[in-house]
Design a protein around this ligand. Structure first.
Ligand code: NAD
Length: 490
């Protein structure tokens, strides 16, 4: 089935204080689709003046929203979830058009997860009960939570709606008001979501300001009235965000880059066919979302004793990845998000070859007969060693760099030989080995005998240069609120 091209407005505005608001300086930028390379809408090129308006609107709203009951917040989050669910197909098609990801992922992966996120945090806040402790016969200690106030949220382009939901749902559940800045590459689908839910939101509770990082993101992250900055994006930008937030002594959550190892042990080849097929799928998941995933298993570590057999199966499976029209449900790999991202990935193809990595498959652009001007790259497998740049740097494209290891000690050493620590995959039938690797790898999410599974009630976040703070899971509510202790003597 091929979905028809979505319809967008020619021009979108910012959403501030419950109103669609033109940028103060009347500047807009063009938003091209990576699917065909053509501009399909214009979006405000906001600056500090627009950010100030949005923060002001949120500051006014916070005095009311922060006093709402858990039941009211739960109700709103559920209504938002219902509205998005009703319009799932519309939004999935829009997201595919603006981001390039295949419709099978936006329709069956991203958007359902968005809905689940709002429902989950609605349930969690409603079900929460406080902590009360008897200190002695006359004294009771109570832990109570209070919202932080106005929070600034800045997101990248690889999951334009899901990452917004990851941030919005818990912040609202905890009683905060939000100013959100989407990525300049993918502003439209989240604006469509705002159009769908605008009538549900009390004015000022959620505000969306569009624009570029230095012009709209920086004034948001450094605004003196912002009480927290939650950022997802590149590690280099994360460093700047910390500096801006330091000026105001406000907390930050940083979800940054990754270079995940995916480790295949000897027992993978001894297992039954079902397990082996699953492991091959795990390897191939480097191409999910065209590799534009922070957790992408972009380094594969394969035990030397199974390398030839296992690799042969993996390469056969990579060759079967169907490229084509991203709006076709049978397409498995779509377009890279932008011409810049396409060029960056192609540069890494050259870098890999120049530093001696062998290209086992791919290594080139894909000429898409449907869209000759879109940004398509063939899934690519490099063979080399962990010191090469294609093993160390985040390419953020459909590439995996493969190497071998001789024993557990060497496997662990290579896995941890990276600046990043977001995620890892471990494939083995040996439970002891699984634990050794799961505990030994310095990363926030370890997938054992699976990959790219993101339940809302499992925590997610990084070690090392992949950032700090957690998203998803109810534990992260506390990063959106103060904990106050009230100690009472009777
Ligand atoms: P990016 O850092 O270039 O941009 C992310 C956002 O930050 C955008 O909205 C951008 O406009 C804004 N920004 C840029 N410079 C800024 C500045 N000086 N001040 C304030 N805001 C600024 O990242 P990207 O290229 O959009 O996204 C890809 C990166 O995101 C990859 O490194 C990927 O690993 C990471 N990522 C991490 C996670 C995670 O959960 N750890 C999830 C998705 C993506």
């Amino acid at each position: 089935m091929i979905y028809p091209k979505p319809e967008f407005k020619e021009r979108y505005e910012n959403f501030i204080g419950g109103e669609w608001t033109k940028p103060v300086d009347s500047q807009y930028f063009n938003n091209p689709s990576p699917v065909d390379g053509n501009v399909f809408c214009q979006v405000p090129r906001s600056n500090y003046k627009d950010v100030n308006l949005a923060v002001e609107a949120a500051s006014q709203a916070v005095s009311i929203w922060s006093k709402t009951s858990a039941t009211e917040r739960c109700l709103l989050l559920n209504k938002i979830a219902d509205r998005i669910e009703t319009n799932l197909e519309l939004l999935a098609v829009a997201e595919t058009w603006e981001n390039g990801k295949p419709i099978r992922e936006s329709l069956h992966g991203d958007l359902p997860a968005v809905v689940d996120h709002f429902r989950y945090f609605g349930s969690v806040i409603r079900a929460e009960s406080g902590e009360v402790a008897d200190i002695d016969a006359q004294t009771v200690s109570m832990e109570v939570h209070e919202p932080l106030g106005v929070v600034g949220q800045i997101i990248p382009w690889n999951f334009p709606v899901l990452l917004a939901a990851w941030k919005l749902a818990p912040a609202l559940a905890a009683g905060n008001c939000v100013v959100l800045k989407p990525a300049e590459q993918t502003p439209s689908t989240i604006l469509m979501v705002m159009e769908l839910i605008a009538d549900l939101l009390p004015p000022g509770v959620v505000n969306v300001v569009n624009g570029f990082g230095s012009e709209a993101g920086k004034p948001l992250a450094s605004h003196p009235k912002i009480k927290k900055v939650s950022f997802t994006g590149e590690t280099t930008t994360g460093r700047l965000i910390m500096q801006y937030a330091a000026e105001n002594i406000v907390p930050v959550t940083l979800e940054l880059g990754g270079k995940a190892p995916n480790i295949f042990h000897r027992s993978v080849m001894d297992a039954d066919d079902e397990f082996l097929d699953k492991a091959v799928e795990g390897f191939v998941s480097f191409a999910v979302n065209q590799g534009e995933v922070c957790t992408s298993p972009s380094r594969a570590l394969i035990h030397e004793s199974i390398y030839d057999d296992f690799m042969a199966r993996c390469l056969e499976r990579v060759a079967a990845i169907k490229m084509g029209d991203p709006l076709d449900l049978s397409t498995m790999s779509g377009a890279q998000v932008s011409s810049e991202q396409f060029e960056k990935i192609m540069r890494y193809m050259d870098i890999g070859r120049e530093e001696g990595a062998e290209v086992l498959i791919g290594g080139d652009a894909f000429e898409n007969p449907h869209y000759p001007n879109g940004y398509y790259v063939k899934p690519t497998v490099f063979k080399g060693h962990n010191k090469q740049r294609v093993f160390q740097e985040e390419i953020f494209g459909p590439t995996v760099s493969v190497t071998t290891f001789k024993d557990d000690a060497e496997g662990l050493q290579i896995a941890n030989d990276t600046l990043y620590g977001l995620s890892a995959g471990v494939w083995t039938r040996d439970i002891h080995q699984m634990q050794t690797f799961a505990r030994g790898i310095e990363a926030g999410r370890i997938w054992c005998n699976c990959y790219h599974v993101y339940p809302t009630h499992a925590s997610f976040g990084g070690y090392k240069n992949s950032g700090f703070g957690r998203e998803t899971h109810r534990m992260m509510l506390n990063s959106y609120r103060h904990t106050k202790n009230i100690l009472t003597s009777y």
